[in-house]
Design a protein around this ligand. Sequence first.
Ligand code: SF4
Length: 379
Amino acid sequence: MTRGGARAAPPTVVATGPAVPLAALGYDELVERVVGLGLPASHADRLVRACVRRGVLDLGEVGGLGPRGVAVLSGALRVRATTVVERACSLDGTTKLLVGLEDGERVESVLMPLARSFSGCVSSQVGCGAACAFCASGLAGLRRSLLPGEIVEQVLHLADEARARGRRLGNLVFMGMGEPMHAYDAVVAAVRRLTDPRLLGFGPSRITVSTVGVVPGIRALAREGLGVHLAVSVHAADDALRRRLLPVGGRWPLAEILDAAEEFRTTARRFVNLQVTLLRGVNDAPEQAHALAVAIAGRPFHVNLIPVNRVEDAPFEPPTQATLDAFRAVLVAQGVVAHVRTRRGADVDAACGQLRRREASRAAPGSGPAFPPPPADLH
Ligand code: SF4
């Protein structure tokens, strides 16, 4: 106390080191950092309510921090480290965001309209090392995995976009660029932050993590207790064909992948969807549907049939509607629950590729794109 009885202001702590992005911190780390700056712990909650849940980007607009709080926090924290550098909107309401990372790399995040909300699709890596035959990103290789905060910020950008259009972000899928099991630690950390009720509080049962069938990753994820669902790309029953289409997922026989998926379902008590990307004349014949039905017979998995998106430099075409319907009919006749997944944002696939291509060309004229992005939902 001062002589007059007034409480002395706590000493101002000047942050040392670079300002940390909010999304790079878990809740406890955020509180620790705020308190370490000589500010009340309640400022952490003010930051979360404004910047994480409502998309406030300016610390000066966060209520209740006071001028000293704003000044101190500005030196220690950044609201976002990534920016939306371009967006492409489809006629069906799908919006693709090109998100710029601090090191100049780019990833895509996609917002797809549902009946009353939006579904978001996020990337887990820059490029991808899974080398799926029909994916330009996979063919081009991996640059790096994302940081947990970079994944979380994609979700915050998508939530901003959804809010601006009067709806909430209802679901989230890890089906953008990258193989989530190859960015395992970052994906798990990001999911923990996204679902922490003290932060964004995203319902875990509204999140699906997708994989090309990395068995150790599936088994590990089953034991994380995250509460998320799983999607596994299978594409064919024939292991030799799977190895051609999915060089990484093809390292494990389909039977072993299905065993791991079943372990996930029973241990994590969450759904497993099998993804089958159909390529005309490659894996869309009725006998291939029959072989798939035999392979998954008796297992409680739903199958999503996805006509391949055309990708430049990949020689694949989607099946005809009649072939697609016939393939599904074979599965259904053998007791498999199968749905055809609607393609979203088809009219902006090229636009998005061009966004990134233009970006890459600007960086290195004449060299072409470093990594053409995969269309959303490729896994
Ligand atoms: S489809 Fe997905 S996992 Fe396969 S190469 Fe493309 S980004 Fe990677």
